[in-house]
Write a protein that binds this ligand. Structure first.
Ligand SMILES: [Zn+2]
Length: 248
């Protein structure tokens, strides 16, 4: 019987968990028997995602997922968004920034058929392509319509009460999240701790060709380094320490 590998799992704080999938990270916050999930991992990681939810539920006693937040809509981070339909049917709130919602290309199922002339299996998935640098991405309009947006920078009314921090550059509507009581910054792809090919550990942006607006990405990273957090939980790489510039 196929058994998915155990996710690399790190309890960063009593109510904060970082899960490192094979292709990207996601974060789970616990509060009062409920969970907030930040990003979903790649769609190939759906089994790991489910397993990580079960692990956190077993450890915390959580009984439900209340919200899904998306730092941005790239396949490696929102790819298990196939879950979106399922989650929406279970009344899980799905949130991303207003700007990410409005700037992410969408497609309709009929447009795909016309454009590609064939339906490869992954076309039936909500997200159209595996993410490769410079390649256009898209998400099914129906899934975008299942999301709601947050606009301001006050704490979100979801378990863990993360504060969204607009962090444009990697994508135009990218959002990081700050947990002031735990002094944790969930930085997504606005600031990673390493990436294949970069060859070093420490706070860094993704390579320029991976950013929609690289100048903005550099400015964003300067702003994120000023957030009064001790640790950052990136979209790629291990948890990093902002005070000594290294990972654990
Ligand atoms: Zn990304």
């Amino acid at each position: 019987m196929f058994r998915p590998p155990r996710p690399r799992f790190q309890q960063v704080d009593s109510d904060v968990f970082l899960i490192r999938g094979r292709l990207s990270n996601w974060v789970i916050l616990y509060e009062d028997k409920a969970l907030t999930v930040i990003d979903t991992g790649h769609r190939q990681e759906a089994a790991l995602m489910q397993k990580s939810l079960a692990m956190v539920a077993a450890r915390t006693g959580a009984q439900r997922v209340e919200a899904l937040l998306l730092t941005h809509i790239h396949d490696a981070h929102a790819g298990s968004i196939g879950l979106v339909k399922v989650l929406a049917e279970h009344n899980v709130r799905i949130l991303t920034s207003t700007r990410e919602r409005s700037s992410t290309p969408t497609y309709s199922e009929s447009a795909i058929g016309e454009q590609d002339g064939s339906r490869r299996p992954w076309h039936s998935r909500p997200i159209r392509r595996l993410w490769r640098p410079g390649q256009e991405e898209g998400i099914a309009r129906a899934d975008l319509n299942r999301m709601t947006s947050f606009e301001d920078d006050s704490a979100l009314d979801v378990p863990g009460r993360p504060i969204p921090i607009p962090s444009p550059g990697h994508t135009l509507g990218h959002t990081a999240f700050f947990l002031p009581h735990q002094e944790l910054l969930i930085s997504g792809d606005a600031m990673v701790s390493t990436y294949p090919g970069t060859g070093h550990y420490g706070p860094q942006t993704l390579p320029a060709q991976m950013n929609d607006d690289n100048a903005a990405a550099q400015r964003t990273m300067v702003a994120l380094l000023a957030v009064p957090a001790e640790l950052y939980l990136p979209g790629h790489g291990p948890v990093g320490n902002l005070r000594n510039g290294r990972g654990f």
